[in-house]
Design a protein around this ligand. Structure first.
Ligand SMILES: [Ca+2]
Length: 280
């Protein structure tokens, strides 16, 4: 059996006193404010409940400050190319005051550069430098029939079949140059014409045109003076001489060409050209 605990008389009194003290502690602040009208005195029971309710309604606000200190250590490996920073030399310190000098007038050299006729003997072995070539007929720099040196220009082709295999049209070479400013300059061109035809159809000719644009003027033409019944005419080396008085001090383009003008395919004609010069 469980033993029943029995309080003594003094123990009961002490417990009652403690309860009274607690009631007085909670009742005191509110009993002064809560007075029941008409009774003139505060009700102890009501006062205790109201005080406890007020106590529960109190808001507790923590005031403690928590300070956290964290140390983060990161180990990272960076791989890359290091570009050295360019170090510029120190700027020179001016030691004197420059005196302004007017810059000399500069005239473009191209305006002063005279363009001379070049490669007139075709000794480069090619049309360049100087010449450009064009046309329906073949043309080349040949070493078989030079007038002077080792080369001459060949306009047309001795290999065309004179009995029906000849194209028609021109083989042309041209060059641009400046005519001298003084005197009576002349253009001299050595040529040698071979022809199965006559001058009425096939010929060697020279045109002059002002540069960069302007009408071309035919200043020379030569062909076989005779009909030889299909036999070959060989002119030998002949100088064509053309006065350039109308072009003194001017830039001109000369065109030299071998022409075949009928389209029947017969009677071939070709021309060797060499020693193209401007005679003062
Ligand atoms: Ca030559």
């Amino acid at each position: 059996m469980k033993s029943r605990r029995v309080f003594s008389g003094s123990q009961s009194l002490a417990a009652m006193a403690a309860v009274a003290v607690l009631i007085a502690m909670f009742a005191l602040p509110v009993s002064q404010a809560e007075v029941v009208p008409g009774t003139g005195a505060a009700a102890p029971t009501t006062t205790f409940v109201s005080s406890l309710t007020q106590f529960k309604a109190m808001t507790w606000t923590p005031t403690a400050t928590v300070t956290t200190t964290a140390t983060i250590t990161t180990t990272e490996t960076v791989t890359g190319t290091v570009t050295p920073v360019e170090t510029l030399p120190p700027s020179p310190t001016p030691t004197s005051t420059a005196t302004s000098t007017p810059a000399p007038a500069r005239i473009p050299l191209v305006m002063l550069q005279r363009q001379h006729l070049q490669n007139g003997g075709f000794e480069s072995g090619a049309f360049a430098p100087g010449w450009s070539d064009s046309g329906e007929l073949a043309r080349m720099v040949s070493d078989t029939h030079p007038y002077i040196g080792d080369h001459a220009a060949l306009l047309g082709d001795p290999g065309y079949d004179t009995n029906g295999g000849c194209p028609f049209g021109r083989a042309t070479i041209q060059q641009t140059f400046d005519v001298p400013r003084e005197g009576h300059p002349m253009l001299q061109v050595w040529f040698r014409l071979y022809s199965y035809d006559t001058k009425d159809f096939d010929y060697f000719a020279i045109d002059i045109a002002p540069w960069p644009v302007g009408p071309a003027e035919r200043v020379f033409r030569y062909g076989s003076p005779y009909w030889l019944n299909g036999n070959l005419w060989n002119s030998g080396w002949i100088p064509a001489t053309i006065p350039l008085d109308d072009y003194v001090g001017k830039r001109i383009t000369i065109r030299l060409y071998n022409a075949m003008t009928n389209d029947d395919g017969y009677y071939n004609t070709w021309t060797y050209v060499d020693e193209v010069v401007v005679v003062p």
